[in-house]
Structures are given as structure tokens and as C-alpha cells.
Unconditional design. Structure first.
Length: 509
């Protein structure tokens, strides 16, 4: 990257603060972009990356702070204001029109016109020119839907650059691309950087970040951790800064490797070579009775993809699954539930709780789904089950008729856990069950998981907080870049050891 004097700041955000009801999403965050650089914005879910991008692109109004573009302070009231200032965004979900031609998509909204209306010949000629400027050569008359996602990504970038953008935001642009497609995209990105465009790059793939980024900014819990030259920040340090620490506020929960697990017995679940093309490379995992198996890795490493294949929420292309030694076809969540496997999603609002229903209705939902809607649960049984789990998980307020959407995040998570425990599973998969909840609720949930495992429940536990993974799990499956890189004995490794393993794929001393 050129020296600082040769790279003026194109964007300068200072003291950016954004509040939502009950949440401080960004807390006085500083961020800058320089001309002719690729700047990676890193952080786990909830760190504030999307909020910062939406502040810069005019989607969110800021409560405090200032935004400067090319030395001029700006107030963005809409995305159109940001575009007028030269800021363009290409999102992970490509916002194009697949039924139109490549050329029509590139020039959409900016078609050359004549007295007769849109000049289509000139439109396609201009589209060819803009694509060629990126080193991309396509038949601009071909329908966009006939091209791969990678090519559509390049078309989206070309469309963004029609406005002569000085800032290009790429939000997870490589999430659906294979290695060859990533290389092609990176060639385009480097070309834009060399032309002086400031590029904000968001990705959860560490190797790709270090391959393309000049600088890295890390956010955690809505706060700025720091800004670093990519070459001066090791992968291990980056992972540590993203994950952070929270050791002194959680009480010790003794559910680790001190409790013996009989691994000579047939596992409750064994998956061999389970994978899905473009989503997850073949992975192996087994879970024994009463065992907690942790799955560690940064967001995007393949943690969730793995457990969704185990549960049948997504269908695997390769591999086999056995439940109690019997080969099992896990092609849908119903198949998993029939085999007494439960799954609590990381996205509790979209795939978990039903916010408009009561606590009681949410809790009995799993039992009712398992029995079928023709076999209604009686009122007495409902009251008994709901009361037991409200007490066991300390749901507050202890009102079964309270609307779940009115509860805190921690209590919503307890209700979701209660729903699946009420189905009497033999194996429960918990994906980020403590994300975004207060320390007390975290301790309650961790304590309950440990207690249930001691009684024989098998658990697969995913968390971005490595401390709680090691606190609960006997073994830890480590994921990186959508593949399994190894397995660790939690009694023989600490948090730093797991971080080093995640960052380098090296052996743990």
C-alpha cells in the first residue's frame, strides 16, 4: 500500500454512535478508508459491522458522531445520499434482475437515452466498456440468470462502478464462490484498488482477508477494538481481538473432561464424511451418551453448516449418519425429531421463538409438532410441562401467558431451550445458545446444559466464546473456512491453544 501521504482519507467516521431500543449498537466508533486500499472490517455476529456499514450507506441515521467524505462532512438521510457522495455497496445477496440481460443489469437506472427513450444499443455498448474496465469480458446480451453466482458478483461490482464510485463496500462477496472464482474476484478488486478506489471488505474467511487486505479494523460488542496494518497483525492476535474475554463474570461450571465418558460404547450419533458441495467439506463427528462436544471456529468457519446437515435442516451430498449404530437417512428435521434429536438455531428470532405467541405456546410447540397436530396436548399436561420448565430454567417473569416477544433475549433463549428439552431428546444441538444475552442468563443456560449432560443427555454445543466451549465440552471439533481442521481434548488445551490451532492449523503443545 502507498505511504500515508500518498493515500488521503476518502472516508472518515468519528465517534459514530447508534442506539436501538435497549441496545447500544455502536459506541463512539472511529473508522476511516483511504484511497487505493482494501480495508477489512472484522468482528463476530453482533460486533457492529453491519450497523457501521448501514451508517456509512445512509440506511441508518447516526445518533452521535460525524461522517466525512473527501474532506467534506456529510449527513446521509438515505442510501441515495450516500450514492451521490460516491459510496456504492455490493451485498452478499446480489441485488440484480436475473430475467434481464447482463448489459441491462450493469446500466440499470443509468441507461443512455435519446429522444425516443432508452438507446439500447448504446446501453449495451456502455455496459461492455464498464465490464472491460474491470477486465471482465461477457456477452452483454446474455440473460444474467445463465451465468454463475461468481459472474453475477462481477456484474454487480460493474454496476456499482457505473456511478464512478470512490468507495466500494463488499459485504461477504466470496461466501458462495469456489477458490478459482475467488481468485477472479480478487483480480478485479486489486485492479480497482490500483485505480484509487477505497474498498471496504467484509469476510469471515481469514485466509482471504490476509490475501487481499491492506488494513484491518476489528469491532467487538459495538466498540472499536483497534485498527491494524494487516501485515502487523497475526492471525492468532486477530482471532483473540475478535472473540475477546469474559472469564471473571461467569461462575465455574465443572462439566469438563473430569467426568469420564465411555467412548467404547456405540455413539448416540456418528457422522462420517458428511458434507455439501460449496457449503462444507466432508467432516466427521461422533457424540456419546452424556457427552458435550464443542464446535469451535469463527463465524463462517462451517460450524452452523455442519450441524444443519446433522439435523437434516440442509441435505448432505456426501457421507453417512448413524444413530445408535443404525444407518439413518437424515433428510429433514422431522426425521431428526423422530430419532430424538433436537436443534436450537443460532437465529432465535427467525428460526426459533414465535414472538407473538405466549411462553406456554412456545414451549409446547415442539411436543405438539412431534406428536402431530391431530393429537392435541391436554390442558393439564401443558400446564405441568410448562410449569416444570419455567421453574427449571428460571424463566422471568414466571408467567406462562406472557407474550414471548416481550421477554428479554436471555429469557427468550431459555424458552427456546425449554421447548426442545420438553421433547425429551437424546441429543440436543445448541447453536450459539448464549449469544446476545446477559451474564446471569448465560450462567443459567450453561449450568443447565452441564446438569443435563451429567444425567445422560448428549450435546453438540457451538459458541463464539471459547471459554464456555472449553468449560462445557469434553472434546472440541475445530472448524475453519468451511472444513474440519481437527479435534482437541478440552482437558489438554486452553483458550490460547484453541486460538492458535484455529489460526494456524498447527498442533497444540
Amino acid at each position: 500500500m502507498p505511504a500515508e501521504t500518498e493515500n488521503p482519507r476518502v472516508v472518515e467516521m468519528r465517534g459514530i454512535t447508534i442506539r436501538f431500543p435497549g441496545v447500544l449498537a455502536l459506541d463512539a466508533v472511529d473508522f476511516s478508508l483511504r484511497r487505493g486500499e482494501v480495508h477489512a472490517l472484522m468482528g463476530e455476529n453482533g460486533a457492529g459491522k453491519s450497523t457501521l456499514i448501514k451508517a456509512l450507506t445512509g440506511v441508518y441515521r447516526i445518533d452521535q458522531g460525524t461522517i466525512g467524505v473527501a474532506g467534506e462532512e456529510r449527513v446521509f438521510g438515505s442510501a441515495a445520499d450516500a450514492q451521490a457522495a460516491g459510496i456504492s455497496t455490493v451485498y452478499q445477496e446480489i441485488n440484480l434482475c436475473p430475467n434481464l440481460s447482463v448489459g441491462e443489469n450493469v446500466m440499470l437506472g443509468h441507461e443512455p437515452r435519446s429522444v425516443r427513450g432508452i438507446d439500447w444499443r448504446a446501453t449495451h455498448r456502455e455496459a461492455t466498456r464498464h465490464l472491460a474496465a474491470l477486465g471482465v469480458h461477457l456477452d452483454v446480451h446474455s440473460q444474467l440468470s445463465s451465468h454463475s453466482i461468481a459472474v453475477q458478483q462481477l456484474v454487480a461490482i460493474s454496476r456499482a462502478m457505473v456511478l464512478d464510485a470512490r468507495v466500494l463496500i463488499l459485504d461477504e462477496p466470496t461466501s458462495s464462490l469456489d477458490r478459482e472464482e475467488v481468485e477472479r474476484l480478487f483480480t478485479v478488486i486489486r485492479g480497482l484498488r490500483d485505480q484509487g478506489v477505497a474498498i471496504l471488505f467484509v469476510s469471515h474467511f481469514l485466509d482471504q482477508v490476509y490475501e487481499i487486505a491492506d488494513r484491518i479494523t476489528v469491532l467487538r460488542n459495538g466498540q472499536l477494538v483497534g485498527e491494524y496494518a494487516a501485515e502487523a497483525l497475526s492471525r492468532g492476535d486477530l482471532v483473540s481481538k475478535m472473540i475477546g474475554r469474559e472469564l471473571n463474570e461467569l461462575e465455574a461450571i465443572s462439566a469438563r473432561s473430569e467426568r469420564p465418558i465411555d467412548r467404547t460404547a456405540t455413539p448416540v450419533l456418528r457422522a462420517s464424511g458428511i458434507g455439501r458441495k460449496g457449503v462444507l467439506e466432508a467432516a466427521d463427528i461422533d457424540v456419546h451418551e452424556g457427552e458435550v462436544v464443542g464446535v469451535a471456529g469463527l463465524l463462517g468457519s462451517g460450524r452452523t453448516e455442519l450441524v444443519r446437515l446433522l439435523y437434516g435442516a440442509d441435505r448432505a451430498d456426501t457421507g453417512t449418519i448413524e444413530v445408535h449404530g443404525e444407518p439413518t437417512r437424515m433428510s429433514s428435521p422431522r426425521h431428526a425429531m423422530e430419532r430424538r434429536i433436537a436443534f436450537s438455531s443460532e437465529n432465535r428470532r427467525a428460526e426459533g421463538i414465535i414472538a407473538d405467541l405466549t411462553v406456554a405456546e412456545n414451549i409446547v410447540l415442539g411436543i405438539q409438532a412431534r406428536r402431530g397436530w391431530l393429537h392435541r396436548i391436554g390442558r393439564a399436561e401443558q400446564e405441568s410441562v410448562v410449569g416444570d420448565y419455567i421453574r427449571a430454567l428460571d424463566v422471568r417473569p414466571a408467567d406462562p401467558n406472557r407474550i414471548v416477544g416481550d421477554l428479554s433475549g436471555g429469557n427468550q433463549q431459555k424458552v427456546l431451550l425449554a421447548r426442545w428439552l420438553a421433547t425429551a431428546p437424546e441429543l440436543i444441538i445448541l447453536d450459539e445458545p448464549t449469544r446476545g444475552i446477559d451474564v446471569g442468563a448465560k450462567a443459567d443456560i450453561q449450568r443447565k446444559v452441564a446438569e443435563l449432560a451429567e444425567k445422560g443427555l448428549s450435546v453438540i454445543f457451538i459458541s463464539s466464546e471459547l471459554e464456555e466451549v472449553l468449560r462445557l465440552a469434553q472434546r472440541v471439533v475445530v472448524m475453519r473456512d468451511r472444513r474440519q481442521i481437527g479435534e482437541l481434548d478440552s482437558s489438554k488445551v486452553d483458550v490460547d491453544g484453541v486460538i492458535d490451532y484455529m489460526a494456524t492449523e498447527g498442533s497444540v503443545a
